[in-house]
Design a binder for this molecule. Structure first.
Ligand code: PHE
Length: 358
C-alpha cells in the first residue's frame, strides 16, 4: 500500500459515489448510498484504515484528501436530497391539482322539525306578552302528575290519562300501590309543571312549559303514545278568563290567520274551574263542515281554565289573593292543522322525505 494507490482509490471511490448519488431514485436509496460509501463500515473508512501503514509524512495529505472526498460526496447527497424532495412535491402537486374554478359544494342545511317549529312560533307569540319558558321533568310522581292537580287516587277523571307507570321496587306490577304519592310515572301531560313553577316562583307568574308527554294509548293516525304539549300558566292578582281568551286569540290568529273565528266551550278538568275547550274555525272547510271537523265547522286545539284554588294552594299560593289561568295545547295537532298532515305517526318516523317538506 503506497501513497499513490491510496490517492487513486480515493479518486475512484469519489467518482463511483457521485454517480451512485446521482442515480438514487428516492430518499431510501440515497440513504443506502450514503451509508455504503461514508458509513462506519463504508468504503471510505476501509480505505482510510490503510493510512496507518503509510510513512508518517504522507499521512496528513491522505487524511486531507479523504476528508475532501467525504465533503464532496456529502454535498452531493444533500443536493440530491433536495432535488428528490422537490420531485416528490411536484408529483404530489400534479396528482392533487386543485381547480379553483370549480363551483363550491352547497352546504346542506337542515330544518327544524315541524312540531318544534310550531312550538317555537307559539312561544314567540306568547313571549310578546311576557311569558317565559320553563323546563320540567318527563318522569314525575303520582303526586305531581295527579294528586297535587286535584286528582286524588281512584278519581274517575284518571281515566282521561292512561298512564305508563315505571316498574319500581316496592310496587306491584299488577297495579297494587299504583297510586301511592311517590310512585313514578311518565307524565301524561305537562300540567305537573304548573306545580313546579308555583313552588319555585312567587307570583306574578307567566310561564310556558313545552315538552314531551306519554300515554298508554293504542297508536293510530291521531293518537301517539308519545306527543308534545305546551302548558301555559299565569298567576297574578285580578287574572280573569277574559285575559285567557284574549291571549289564546293571539295564538290562534298568528297560527291560523288573523281573522280566524274562535270560541270557548264548557269543558272539564279537575285542576281548573271553570274549565273550557278552545276551538278555532276548521282550517280545512272554513266552517262549512267536513269530515276533518266531524261536520261541526270547529276544531278543538286546547283545554284551559282558571286554576283551581286547591291547585294554587298545593303550589304554595294564596287563592284569596291570587287568581290564575292555565292552558294545555298540543303542538303536534297544531302542526298537523297548519301543514295539512293527516297522520301523527309521521312526526316520529324520522323519514327525511317527510321532514324535508317543511
Ligand atoms: N292537562 C290537560 C290535558 O292534558 C290540558 C289542560 C292544561 C287543561 C291546563 C286545563 C289547563 O288534557
Amino acid at each position: 500500500m503506497d501513497l499513490r494507490s491510496i490517492e487513486e482509490q480515493l479518486g475512484e471511490l469519489e467518482s463511483r459515489a457521485l454517480a451512485a448519488v446521482a442515480d438514487a431514485a428516492d430518499p431510501d436509496a440515497l440513504k443506502q448510498v450514503e451509508v455504503a460509501f461514508l458509513g462506519r463500515k463504508g468504503e471510505l473508512k476501509a480505505i482510510l484504515d490503510g493510512i496507518g501503514r503509510l510513512p508518517a509524512d504522507d499521512r496528513p495529505r491522505v487524511g486531507a484528501a479523504g476528508n475532501a472526498v467525504k465533503q464532496h460526496v456529502l454535498a452531493a447527497v444533500e443536493a440530491r436530497g433536495h432535488r428528490l424532495d422537490q420531485i416528490a412535491l411536484e408529483v404530489r402537486l400534479a396528482a392533487e391539482r386543485v381547480d379553483p374554478t370549480l363551483p363550491g359544494r352547497p352546504l346542506r342545511r337542515g330544518s327544524l322539525h315541524p312540531v318544534i317549529e310550531t312550538t317555537r312560533e307559539i312561544v314567540r307569540v306568547l313571549g310578546q306578552f311576557g311569558f317565559v319558558v320553563y323546563e320540567s321533568p318527563e318522569v314525575e310522581t303520582d303526586e305531581l302528575n295527579f294528586q297535587a292537580l286535584n286528582i286524588p287516587p281512584d278519581h274517575p277523571a284518571r281515566d282521561l290519562w292512561d298512564t305508563l307507570y315505571l316498574d319500581e321496587r316496592g310496587f306491584d306490577s299488577d297495579g297494587q300501590g299504583q297510586e301511592a304519592p311517590t310512585r313514578h310515572l311518565l307524565r301524561t301531560h305537562t300540567s305537573p309543571g304548573q306545580i313546579h313553577v308555583m313552588r319555585q316562583t312567587p307570583p306574578p307568574i307567566r310561564a310556558l312549559l313545552p315538552g314531551r308527554c306519554f300515554r298508554y294509548e293504542n297508536v293510530d293516525a291521531s293518537h301517539g303514545f308519545e306527543f308534545f304539549q305546551l302548558e301555559g300558566l299565569m298567576v297574578d292578582e285580578g287574572t280573569t278568563l277574559g285575559h285567557l281568551r284574549g291571549l289564546l286569540d293571539e295564538v290562534a290568529h298568528a297560527l291560523f290567520g288573523a281573522r280566524r273565528p274562535t270560541r270557548f266551550r264548557p269543558g272539564y278538568y279537575p285542576f281548573t274551574e271553570p274549565s273550557v275547550a278552545f276551538d278555532v274555525q276548521c282550517v280545512i272547510c272554513e266552517g262549512r263542515g267536513c269530515p276533518a271537523c266531524k261536520r261541526t265547522g270547529w276544531m278543538t286545539i286546547l283545554g284551559a281554565g282558571m286554576v283551581h284554588p286547591v291547585v294554587l294552594r298545593n303550589g304554595g299560593i294564596d287563592p284569596e289573593r291570587y287568581q290564575g289561568f292555565a292552558f294545555g295545547m298540543g303542538p303536534d295537532r297544531m302542526a298537523m292543522l297548519r301543514y295539512g298532515i293527516d297522520d301523527i305517526r309521521e312526526f316520529l318516523t324520522n323519514d327525511v322525505r317527510f321532514l324535508e317538506q317543511f
